[in-house]
Structures are given as C-alpha cells and as structure tokens.
Design a protein around this ligand. Sequence first.
Ligand code: WTA
Length: 661
Amino acid sequence: MAAIESVLNEARVFEPSAEQMARASIGGMDAYRALVDEAARDYEGFWSRLAKQHLSWHKPFTRGLDESNAPFYTWFADGQLNASYNCLDRHVEAGLGERTAIIFERDDGEVQRVSYRELLARVCRLANALRARGVRKGDRVVIYMPMSVEGVVAMQACARIGATHSVVFGGFSSKSLNERLIDAQAVAVITADEQVRGGKRLPLKSIVDEALGMGGTEAVAQVIVYQRTGGDVTWQAGRDVWLHDVVADQADTAEPEWVDAEHPLFILYTSGSTGKPKGVQHSTAGYLLWAELTMRWTFDLRPESDVFWCTADIGWITGHTYICYGPTAAGGTQVMFEGVPTYPNAGRFWEMIQRHQVTVFYTAPTAIRSLIKAADADEAIHPRRYDLSSLRILGTVGEPINPEAWIWYHEQVGGGRCPVVDTFWQTETGGHMITPLPGATPLVPGSCTLPLPGIMAAVVDETGQDVPNGQGGILVVKRPWPAMLRTVWGNPERYKSGYFPAELGGNLYLAGDGAVRNDKTGYFTIMGRIDDVLNVSGHRMGTMEIESALVAHELVAEAAVVGRPDETTGEAIVAFVVLKRSRPEGAEAKQIADQLRAWVGKEIGPIAKPRDIRFGDNLPKTRSGKIMRRLLRGLAKGEQVTQDTSTLENPAILDQLGEAI
Ligand code: WTA
C-alpha cells in the first residue's frame, strides 16, 4: 500500500519538449484531444477511417462495428485482408524490400540482418511447406520456439495461409504444452531442437515429445523442427521433419489466403482466476490495426529512421504485438534478441542499444529494477558507461513501475531527454490501452496517464457506476474497441461471464485490475489485479493454477497460494501447504519444499515455482470454509495478524504458517 501512496502523491511532471511535440505524429495535447473528440462524435467512423488508412484491404469493408450479438462484437466484418501481406508484401511492393526488418542478435553476440524481401521469401517458403503438408485455413498450429527469426517466420507463415497460431512460451512445461495442444486441437507443432539463453542450452523438442506422449493430442500429425543448436533429439519418423528440409524446394512466393476481418489470427493462452488457462482469441483486422496504429501513436515510430527494440519474448502478447506484427506492419526496423539481459553481463542491453543505435526501447519494470541493482553493484556496466544518445523514446509494460525505477530509467538510460511511456494493456486488449503519447502527454512517474483516443476507460464501483476521481475502483472499458479479444477459444460462456459480468450490467469490459484516477489530472494509476491473478516479473500466473499443481502432488492435501510484494519481481509466489502426513520441520521441511517447487516447475513451468513454501497442520478458514486469503497475504509479508481469528479451530497454525523455511 505504501508503494501505491507514493505513486498517488507523485508531484513531478515531465512535459514533452517543443521539439518532441513538433515532430510527433500526435504532437501536443490539443492534437490528442482532437482525436478524442473525433471518436466521441462518431465512434464507428473514427475507427473505420483509421482501418482504411493503416491497413491494406483485399476487399474493402462497408461496415464498422456490429453490436447485434453483444458482447460478441465484430469490426469491419465484410472486409477481407491478410496479416502477412500487410506486414511484408506491401512494403516490398512499395520499394522497401531492402530495408532491414529484423536485426537478430544471438545469445553469443552473432548478428543476422534480415531484409523485408528476405523475410517475405522465408515466410512464403514455410507457408508453401505448410500447405503442401496439408495445413489448411482455420487449422491451429502450436509454435513452441525460441526467440528467433524462425519464430516470427512461423507465426507469419501461419497468418499467410489463414492457419490460427498459438504460441506457447518456451519456458512452459510439457504438461502445460499438452493442455494447450489439446484445448486448441492443434494439427501441427513448430519447434526447435533447443534454445540458447545465457550461455546455456535448454531443450524444446524433447519437451514437445513428452507433451505429445501424454496423449489427447492425436490430431497433431507433424512436428516441424528448426535446428538451432544441432543438439541430440529423438525422432519419430513420419511425424517429425526438419524445417530446413521442408522448405528446401519451396518457392519463395506464396499467394496469401484472403481471410475475413474477423478470422482468428491467433489464440494465446493466459492465466485467469480459475485453474485452467484460457485461450484468448484475437481477430485479424482489428488486432492488426491496433498493432500498426500503436507503433505510430505510442512509439511515434518513423519506419525510415527508427530502430525499435522490444525485449519481450514472442511467447507473450507483448512479443506478438510489438515484435511479430506491430513493427513489421509499420514497416520498421527492429532488434530481436535471443538471450537474457544479464549475459555475458548486466550491461548487455545498454551495449546492444549502443551497437545497434536503438532509438525506441521497450522493456519491463522487472528488468529495469534488476539492472538498477546490477549497475549499483558494478560501475563497469552502469548505463552511463555506454553511449545511449541514439535513444529517443523509452517504454515499459507488464506491471506497475515504481517512481524510483521510472526516474532511474528516465535519467540514467534516457539521459533525461526521452519520454517514458508506461503502457497499460493486457493479452485480451491486443495492444496499448492507457498510455502517454511521447509528444503530447505530460508524464507523471508511476502513472500510465490517459487512455488512447477512442478508448473509453473508466473506474467504476461493484455495480458498474462511475466513481469520482481520487477514489479507487474497478477498471473497465465502456465501448468495444477493434483489437479486443473476440472470445475465449472453445468457451464463449467464459468470455461472457468473465469479461462482461452481469453485476456490472453485462456491457462493460472488466479488465481485472483496480485503478484510481487523479482528481486534478484524471490520470490513471493501476493498483494491481483484483482477481486471483499474480504478476511475477510481468508474467501472469493464476493462484488457482499453482494450487491445482500443488495438490496434484501425492504428498499434498491442500494448498493456498498468494502473492507477496517483491522489490525486484513485483510479486513473489508464496504457497501455504498442508501435507497428507504430519507437518515437516527443519531439514525435512526444506527438502519437501524443494521437491514441491520442482514439481510445480514440471507441472506448469519454472516461472510458477513458489519462492516460499510454508507448512501448516491446516489452513485458516472462515466458518463457511473459505480460505482466509487476506490473512495469508499478511502472513506472507511477515505482518502481525490483526484480523479477527476467533473462528479458527486452531490458532496455533498462524505461528506455523508465519514461519519461513
Ligand atoms: C498488468 C501484458 C500496471 C495488469 C501486456 C494487467 C500493468 C496485466 C501494466 C496484463 C502497466 C500490464 N502498469 N500494470 N503499465 N501493464 N499490467 O496479459 O495487471 O501478460 O491486467 O499483458 O499486467 O498482463 P498480460
């Protein structure tokens, strides 16, 4: 709470410079307000104008928004287009084929440059190979790839033939991969032999083998394997093929599949408040419009001169929108990085910005916080040791940024000259929602400031009524926007009840975050999730997902998982566990805790491993049997219990659960 108060009392304001205002695509608050007013006057017309301007249509649309089957909204539904055509062909046709699309830097520092012409050819070859091997429009293809040009090629090749991709982050376990393959009913997997991060080789293909071995995935007819390291892999003849073999004799042109605007471009699984991750389904046109538009609005991208770098992984939404689709749809040049920020040392980001002359840099607050620590500890890798003068805009995403980290980023990385855009958005929103515009919005550290033009964000109470500025409440969006998710894959009911709950009137999009608006400026500050979703290093994790994994272990009778504020990772996972046997102590407790951590790593993935596991004889519950989570959150932080605990059968467990192992 102290952190939020310090944000709300933040008084420092950073105005854009006259030069920034003059150069920006949205220069100054008057230009911003003019767009806000245009959207308010004619909402549908506003988005239709932008969709015509920013996308290339095979068949123009005649209708904008259709609300007749709310909340299953559609946008531009009678138009047809292709996402990969918009990201690649149109730039080559405009004579920009030789422009560098991707500057790919491997973990070991080797650099590969890929032009738009070459990227298009590689996408076409794989698209042809997929078609030749029977993958059809509407089929689902799971991509389990390292950060690589091939990863982007795989996504774009799917888009080219109208197959719906579902990228699974390379850090997820075989069990998680298996669940996603089943839920998406995937027909093919594209993966790599291994991935390389921080000098270490980590398996991918063997995890795919395990996932397919678990069953339920009979629809997967083929596994296409990109050879990254040449490491040993086991091979199932008839199913497994090398990527280099299947593209070897394919033509480097491929007719795009023209799809309807609403055709599902991809499904991306994300954590919610129930045990199972949900497949967030995105459209083609509305999503792509957003990816392109926000590159221009939020990053003020000038494709001819900027070098953009988003450090996210393609396995998350940020990598979808701001690596695979946004920078390419805008025709820009981007850096893509295989490795980790701390290898070979924690100056890697700064060194790469200097070497590649990066102008727009986009990363997560967790990365900034850990690099602050590293720079404090070792002057040799402090950002001031590098020439970062190429930078002009900095961005953050994924979690709240505390004012101290914001100021450090602004001063030490941006030299005090670069606006910091703190972008609030979600897997479900497709792209930025509430964010400063670099040439317009006066910045306040710790605030994502104002919604993009046309985004009707608001703060409401539990009944859906607006709350006054200065008073906290529930963050909602009042009108459907083009890039919003269209449904939860295979579960429209969950989409409806989860995102448009009846309690709020059934027509407000529920983001799942708490927020407060400043009473003078109307600026938004995000106060964190109001559901059972944790945010660990900017990665979304459901507490119930982790609890289900824990109780699946043979020793565990019951488990409750909560988040504890953490200086570096934002939140840390704390698990309270009751075993089927007696409560362990000392060395044995430590050994079982390690065993459970490893288990969760296997069940979900290393990112879900609890930082801290505590054992009790039972869990604190209310008379009606509900776990007292607020109390557990207090215990996780090491706070004294002040809550009424008279209903507890056994108050002694509070001492047990307060004890870190
Ligand atoms: C959180 C990531 C504060 C928020 C793009 C949201 C943020 C969740 C910010 C979505 C921000 C994202 N300030 N919190 N600028 N950006 N969040 O789906 O809780 O991985 O609901 O999308 O991250 O996480 P997701």
